[in-house]
Ligand binder design. Structure first.
Ligand SMILES: *[C@@H]1O[C@H](CO)[C@@H](O)[C@H](O)[C@H]1NC(C)=O
Ligand SMILES: *[C@@H]1O[C@H](CO)[C@@H](O)[C@H](O)[C@H]1NC(C)=O
Ligand SMILES: *[C@@H]1O[C@H](CO)[C@@H](O)[C@H](O)[C@H]1NC(C)=O
Ligand SMILES: *[C@@H]1O[C@H](CO)[C@@H](O)[C@H](O)[C@H]1NC(C)=O
Length: 504
């Protein structure tokens, strides 16, 4: 169950001397640019090598079921208590009409007008994510006080109440180990610690956990869920961040985005000796769909992945809000970016693929995307393209910066890994307003064929490899495999991408 990223990290890596590619120039009409690639730190190496593969089929299936029958607020409970529909409707400000609550029935909790059950405030916890390996979250509303040393969030009631307690893991993937937050609803005011700092704005508490540094996880596990949690406050929110020591440079890399979500200085919770008082604290980040958003489940008002990518374009100053329109500009060549991979899961015939793209009618560029360029520079670069083409891996997360109407083409290595590959990008890309296409590599195109021969079980019977365990499967199909694309076989996929742009 707990897979890939952590396992990948633990594998021995060769040490990195700075690798410099200087193939710079025009080759057979193809603009071929390899960004100068410079791995400065081991952490960068890890993120460069990381692949976004944390989802397993079972999670994926239950996830699909969830999307079909979304439920807004599920258990409002201490462990062991049972949710009553009337509780949910009380929050939603509606009378109970039925036992099952569908998302469409639930009015979101309104920004800055928290609906109090009473003067006592309330704690509403969402635990439905647990069943899918995602963390739980709590919305704590009323007189809320935080203690960084204890990593606790306490609701202080005005009058006598029932004491309740929850343990919340403030990172959106359960297999990541970070310090839990203790959320407590006190019985009365007597035990309440006095405020040393009083904030008039709400706060969101989250951890920087194990997978950050991998581009897909950065967005899937934290940045998109944080957008969901905090966009409604229009910057008037304080981020309480725990586990910063795990990767302090992460906050530097994403400071522009974090600053666009919160105008106020964030608090390093692990070192915080204050008792901070807030009118509302969200504990943990909820993740409902990988690299995407379920609009009905966003607190405040519905937001979608289209809103998220618009937010990215505004924040990073990305100029293109729409892909090239071939109906309006039929002579214009759409731009295709083929993501170069430098260390493993390589395209063995990059130039040939780029030439095939040129022949299909694209202006093709081959480029490394995990160089030392800043996040903003990289986003601007990707935004100048209409089509992103790449091997399954975290690099495809760059689709976030493509203009809507563009196309993401995921090349899926040999080995029946389509379900895994799609779970990370297919719906996310579609929700961003992109056309998602994938190309499944055949055994003949895979380096495994040469390496192992046609009689090897990895070639003849990929399912037997899947049955032998995640690690084997991962090592073979996602670790050892390089790909030589048959451009004749690939041509229809390129034509489909162009066809999509022709409809714009
Ligand atoms: C915060 O929690 C720690 C650990 O439980 C405790 O020792 C400390 O007294 C608390 N701080 C305040 C101001 O209550
Ligand atoms: C955090 O709490 C969960 C239960 O909600 C528990 O399973 C997990 O082991 C705890 N993690 C740590 C690091 O204490
Ligand atoms: C990237 O690396 C190159 C070559 O080492 C260097 O000249 C350039 O200044 C670096 N760019 C950034 C943004 O760090
Ligand atoms: C490439 O693909 C085409 C079309 O599927 C096929 O006819 C051809 O045999 C393939 N070439 C090689 C070298 O496998």
């Amino acid at each position: 169950m707990n897979m890939s990223c952590s396992e990948e990290r633990e594998r021995p890596r060769r040490s990195w001397a700075p690798v410099v590619h200087v193939n710079f120039g025009f080759v057979a009409g193809v603009v071929f640019v390899l960004l100068v690639y410079f791995v400065v730190q081991q952490q960068e190496a890890i993120s460069a090598l990381g692949v976004a593969t944390t989802t397993v089929v079972s999670q994926w299936m239950s996830h699909k079921q969830l999307i079909k029958a979304p439920r807004e607020i599920q258990p409002i409970k201490a462990p062991g208590e049972i949710l009553v529909a009337s509780d949910v409707h009380a929050i939603a400000g509606k009378q109970p009409t039925q036992d099952t609550v569908l998302a469409s029935d639930v009015q979101p909790i309104v920004d800055k007008q928290p609906i109090h059950d009473s003067e006592n405030g309330e704690v509403v916890c969402h635990t439905e994510g647990l069943s899918r390996g995602y963390s739980e979250t709590c919305e704590v509303d009323g007189d809320v006080r935080t203690n960084g040393t204890a990593l606790s969030v306490t609701l202080v009631p005005a009058s006598r109440s029932v004491r309740r307690e929850w343990m919340i893991m403030p990172y959106a993937k359960m297999e990541v180990v970070v310090r839990n937050v203790t959320v407590t609803q006190l019985q009365d005011r007597a035990a309440a610690p006095p405020c040393t700092v009083t904030h008039t704005m709400p706060a969101v508490l989250f951890a920087i956990g194990g997978y950050v540094g991998n581009y897909w996880h950065d967005y899937t596990d934290i940045l998109v869920p944080l957008f969901v949690a905090s966009r409604r406050y229009r910057g008037e929110v304080t981020f309480l961040i725990s586990n910063i020591q795990h990767k302090p440079e992460w906050l530097v890399k994403y400071k522009t985005l974090l600053g666009a979500l919160s105008k106020h200085a964030w608090v390093d919770m692990d070192g915080d000796t204050e008792v901070r008082c807030f009118p509302h604290v969200t504990v943990g980040l909820r993740l409902d769909k990988e690299l995407s958003i379920v609009p009905e489940l966003v607190p405040g008002a519905p937001l979608s992945m289209v809103d998220f990518t618009r937010f990215l374009r505004e924040t990073y100053g990305l100029p293109r809000g729409a892909a090239v329109s071939l109906t309006r500009e039929p002579d214009k060549k759409p731009r295709l970016l083929l993501i170069h991979r430098g260390h493993y899961r390589l395209f063995l015939n990059e130039l040939e693929i780029a030439q095939a793209a040129e022949a299909a009618g694209f202006e093709a560029v081959v480029m490394e995307l995990r160089g030392n360029a800043s996040e903003v520079e990289q986003a601007r670069l990707v935004n100048s393209f209409d089509v992103l083409l790449g091997m399954h891996g975290a690099g495809l997360t760059n689709a976030l910066h493509l203009p809507p109407g563009g196309v993401l083409i995921q090349v899926v290595p040999y080995g029946n890994i389509e379900v895994i590959a799609r779970s990370e990008f297919s719906e996310g890309a579609t929700d961003m307003g992109l056309k998602y296409l994938d190309y499944s590599v055949s055994a003949e195109e895979s380096s495994l064929m040469e390496l192992l021969g046609p009689e090897h079980p990895a070639i003849k019977d990929p399912d037997s490899i899947h049955r032998s365990g995640w690690t084997n499967m991962f090592d073979l199909y996602l670790g050892k495999q390089n790909v030589r694309i048959n451009t004749t076989r690939f041509a229809p996929t390129l034509a489909q991408a162009l066809g999509h742009l022709r409809q714009q």
